[in-house]
Design a protein around this ligand. Structure first.
Ligand code: CMC
Length: 389
């Protein structure tokens, strides 16, 4: 006789798995701690959003200054992590590691080196959350320098103390200070990516935290979950897909040729990357915000970047007409980061640089009111049988 409740829909669709005061994802709104996403994208910097998520409320001017200074002071990486990052290029060339894997290992190593790693008190968790938020962009930057065969930018300080979080990450990746528009676009993208209730990676982090395991371990697991193309990996996969379509078009962006490509994809039951969502059925609130900013940045940078938006808009229209499926935030993200010259394999690591704040807030919320997360499985295996019979 089973003691379990009936199985929910595959993928736990529609299941409400717990309470949270961090974020509300609804068909008609996305809300972080009471603030609606358009309001935040228009009026708050990523640092302010990070503070809101980690501390619970909007910072005062003095609190914000203190928080920004804390982030700047914690940007530099321990030498052991820099030494590890210096070894990654052959793994990238061999294809056994992509930047998301390298970031995952570097975060795990940061845990080994963090004196408070085993301390899961609220105070230690908050300090670790800030350290991780500060250091993840530095890992991304140094890793990219190594992949590019360049000197590591600012290894002693993790950047330029005059640059904000988004601008400093771009600077660390390339050695060039971004213009104000690139900084703004990436800053808003970080706000849009920062939090999304019980998405797969956040839920994974809460399951890990729910065993009373530590923050670095929970974040390491969350990075592994975010990597997949059905989740955060979709921003890279969406751009790869557009490049695949463009190649087939032979330079002419015309709707009939795009329709032909998509018809074939539908026949092959291919999932188009950057489209669809488990919760949003009438569109992802974040996608139009990023699309508008990304297109404006592409227009300033020239036709070779605008063409990706022209193609993307045709793909979007066909998806809507044929399947009634809307783009999610990862679709405009691909085209936007491409217009800013960001290497495609770093799109999902940049998602991590934002979502670390949401994950950390959830890990702290889980630890603050913990009960082990341990669902049941509906057994569908063989009937009872005898080993020696
Ligand atoms: N391309 C083509 N068809 C799709 C797509 C898509 N991207 N998404 C959903 N569908 C179809 C699906 O084939 C199914 O059709 P049918 O009923 O005929 O079998 C129907 O729409 C319902 O889809 P589903 O598979 O039940 O949806 P789901 O809730 O299980 O999956 C999803 C959600 C996001 C995994 C899925 O839409 C998908 O694979 N999208 C592409 C990957 C992607 O963009 N992921 C990013 C998610 S949002 C942001 C983030 O987490 O980073």
């Amino acid at each position: 006789m089973t003691t379990a409740a009936p199985a929910p829909k595959a993928g736990l669709e529609g299941v409400v798995a717990g309470d949270t005061s961090i974020c509300n994802v609804e068909q008609d709104a996305l809300i972080y701690r009471g603030y609606e996403i358009h309001d935040l994208a228009d009026n708050a910097s990523f640092e302010e959003v990070a503070y809101l998520l980690l501390e619970g409320d909007k910072p005062t001017a003095a609190q914000l200054k203190f928080f920004k200074d804390e982030l700047i002071a914690n940007r530099a990486l321990p030498p052991q992590v820099i030494d590890y990052l210096k070894t990654v290029k052959p793994m990238v060339i061999a294809g056994s590691a992509v930047p998301m894997d390298i970031l995952r290992t570097a975060v795990s190593l940061l845990g080994n080196l963090d004196k408070e790693c085993q301390d899961i008190s609220a105070e230690a968790n908050l300090r670790k959350a800030k350290r991780l938020t500060a250091k993840i962009p530095t890992i991304i930057g140094h890793m990219q320098n190594v992949i590019d065969g360049q000197e590591i930018v600012a290894p002693d300080t993790g950047g330029d103390a005059n640059l904000g979080h988004a601008a400093n990450m771009l600077y660390l990746m390339s050695g060039k200070k971004p213009d104000a528009e690139a900084e703004k676009v990436v800053d808003v993208s970080l706000t849009l990516y920062a939090e999304h209730d019980y998405n797969a990676s956040t839920f994974a982090s809460r399951v890990i935290a729910g065993t009373l395991s530590d923050m670095h371990g929970a974040v390491t697991g969350a990075i592994a979950a975010l990597k997949g193309p059905l989740h955060g990996g979709a921003n890279e996969a969406a751009m790869d897909m557009l490049r695949e379509i463009m190649k087939d078009l032979d330079g002419k962006i015309e709707k009939p040729a795009v329709e032909q490509w998509m018809r074939k994809a539908f026949e092959e039951k291919r999932k188009l990357m950057g489209f669809g969502h488990r919760v949003y059925k009438n569109g992802d609130h974040r996608a139009p915000i990023l699309h508008k900013l990304g297109r404006a940045a592409a227009e300033k940078r020239g036709a070779e970047f605008v063409k990706w938006f022209e193609l993307g808009e045709i793909v979007q229209q066909i998806m809507l007409d044929e399947k009634s499926i809307h783009p999610n935030v990862d679709f405009p993200c691909g085209m936007t980061y491409f217009a800013l010259g960001i290497p495609i394999p770093q799109y999902t690591p940049i998602f991590v640089a934002a979502r670390i704040t949401g994950w950390a807030a959830h890990i702290m919320e889980q630890h603050a009111n913990n009960r082990l997360i341990r669902p049941r499985a509906n057994y569908v295996g063989p009937d009872l049988r005898k080993w020696n019979g």
